[in-house]
Design a protein around this ligand. Structure first.
Ligand SMILES: NC(=O)C1=CN([C@@H]2O[C@H](COP(=O)(O)OP(=O)(O)OC[C@H]3O[C@@H](n4cnc5c(N)ncnc54)[C@H](OP(=O)(O)O)[C@@H]3O)[C@@H](O)[C@H]2O)C=CC1
Length: 462
């Protein structure tokens, strides 16, 4: 679709954040001629994928390669460079993002070095958005795209530690922010951050000892199978999710075999009942004796750590790869509360009863988040342009609960499993919902669900 000229009859939108969820939404709004401003607290786009992002929110480390293959993360309307490797480095992804933003002329719409410090609804339902410049601006709709891998979740263990402690969010490389050479290191967690960092630091020239504290075993899935990226072999989206998972479980078990031989505790769940941990290197490091698996930390004892099996080890550094909190520090709205790292949202975007607020990329979409909001934004743009009408509030809640049960129901209880979803299945359902909503909108004569009032209100106030 070619970008339409801005249509001032359409609502004016504020987008918070210019990471991949923010700028793909921006592109979609531009296609529909929907006026918008995008605010980014950093000096450039890219969010999490901008290494050493001066906004302090990126969790990127120097050696980070995405664990989703390039075929699965490519934008629908902007091809990924053919010469990219299967699993691009963060710098390549960031370049791909910059090329996308340049190609679609989005940069002039983004105000850099400007943080949204507060967003609240006015008495008449507009959004009053306050910026770090001190200015407050009125918008008809708000798009929250601030990401959810930036606010480190720190576990609490008994006792005190006298060595170095850090969340993996601060990790850059084996020498920054801490020189890890010759150190006894404990990495807490069994997710993808823990795998990448433990494999890197466990190499003989770096750590003296590398222990991973696992409160449960996980299935570590390799990136490749039979010479091809494993994620290329996904089930078709039309297949019922239950059947997809059953086949996936069988495949995972067959491909990875018995990891307990290498020292991994037997997982207390089935394959695919946890957010997938992906690493081809882990089995080598574990099998080579470079990584030792411990149970969880029980207590910190000065320069030692006691684990739940009673073993006590000398430790210099603890790295917490324990995940992230979902938070929107700027959003002041009674209707949206994060409880247990979770917010229920229609199609993981809208709070029923709040017609002009959208959360983009607020999901653990499998296999990736990179091109997820590009799909979600199809509903948002059509809705704001009056071409899609929502179902009733009651129906929105019913669908939301059904989706949550479908997508997260099989995942074990953990703060990291509150918003899992299967990307291809979700998109197929989303397109069906958009088609239904288009029919509803036609019946309603294309009435704008979010009228353009902000500009007029601004002029009145001036
Ligand atoms: N290469 C890549 O593309 C990478 C992608 N990522 C992605 O970034 C996101 C965040 O990943 P990550 O940073 O690994 O975080 P996750 O939330 O995925 O994993 C956190 C890990 O810490 C464990 N944990 C949490 N609290 C405690 C505790 N109190 N004691 C012991 N263990 C605890 C969790 O265990 P439990 O399961 O029991 O809750 C889990 O193993 C994911 O979507 C991931 O896929 C991350 C790194 C690299």
């Amino acid at each position: 679709m070619n970008a339409q000229p801005e249509n001032t009859r359409l609502p004016k939108v504020c987008i918070v954040g210019a990471g991949c969820s923010g700028f793909t939404t921006a592109k979609r709004l531009k296609d529909y001629g929907i006026p918008f401003d995008c605010y980014e607290m950093s000096d450039d786009i890219g969010g999490n994928w901008y290494y050493k992002n001066p906004n302090g929110a990126s969790a990127c480390y120097e050696s980070l390669h995405i664990d989703t293959s390039k075929w699965r993360l490519a934008f629908e309307d902007f091809p990924i460079p053919e010469d990219f490797p299967d699993f691009p480095h963060h710098a390549q992804l960031q370049q791909y993002f910059k090329d996308y933003v340049a190609h679609f002329g989005l940069r002039p719409h983004i105000t850099f070095n400007t943080e949204v410090t507060e967003a609240k609804r006015t008495g008449d339902g507009l959004w009053a958005v306050t910026l770090s410049t001190g200015e407050t601006k009125l918008y008809d709709a708000l798009v929250v795209a601030n990401g959810h891998h930036w606010d480190p979740r720190m576990p609490e263990f008994l006792g005190a530690f006298e060595g170095d402690e850090m969340h993996v969010h601060a990790y850059c490389d084996p020498f920054d922010p801490i020189d890890m050479r010759g150190k006894n290191i404990v990495v807490v967690g069994m997710g993808n951050s823990a795998m990448d960092v433990a494999c890197e630091l466990s190499q003989k020239p770096i750590a003296k000892r590398l222990m991973m504290a696992a409160r449960r075993g996980v299935y570590v899935i390799p990136k490749y199978h039979k010479g091809e990226p494993l994620d290329k072999a996904s089930a078709p989206a039309w297949m019922p999710l239950k059947l997809q998972k059953a086949l996936g479980r069988y495949a995972v078990k067959k491909i990875i075999g018995d990891q307990t031989r290498l020292g991994m505790p037997q997982p207390d769940h089935r394959p695919l009942d946890a957010h997938p941990t992906v690493s081809s290197e882990f089995a080598i490091r574990l099998g080579s004796g470079d990584i030792e698996i411990k149970p969880n930390i029980e207590a910190k004892l000065g320069r030692q750590v006691r684990f739940t099996d009673g073993s006590v080890e000398d430790v210099d550094v603890i790295i917490y790869a324990t995940g992230y909190n979902v938070s929107f520090p700027f959003l002041k709205d009674e209707a949206v509360k994060v409880e247990n790292n979770h917010v229920s949202l229609f199609k993981r975007m809208m709070r029923p009863g709040v017609p002009n607020l959208f959360f983009m990329g607020l999901a653990q979409a499998l296999p990736t988040l990179v091109n997820f909001a590009e799909q979600q934004s199809k509903l948002v743009a059509k809705y704001l342009a009056g071409k899609y009408a929502l179902p009733s509030e009651e129906e929105m809640w019913r669908m939301t609960k059904a989706d949550e049960a479908l997508y997260t129901g099989n995942f074990y209880n953990s703060a990291r499993h509150t918003m899992q979803l299967d990307f291809p299945h979700y998109v197929r359902q989303l397109m069906k919902e958009i088609a239904k909503g288009e029919a509803r909108a036609k019946k309603q004569g294309g009435k704008l669900p979010v009228p353009a009032r902000a500009e007029e209100a601004k002029q009145k106030a001036a």
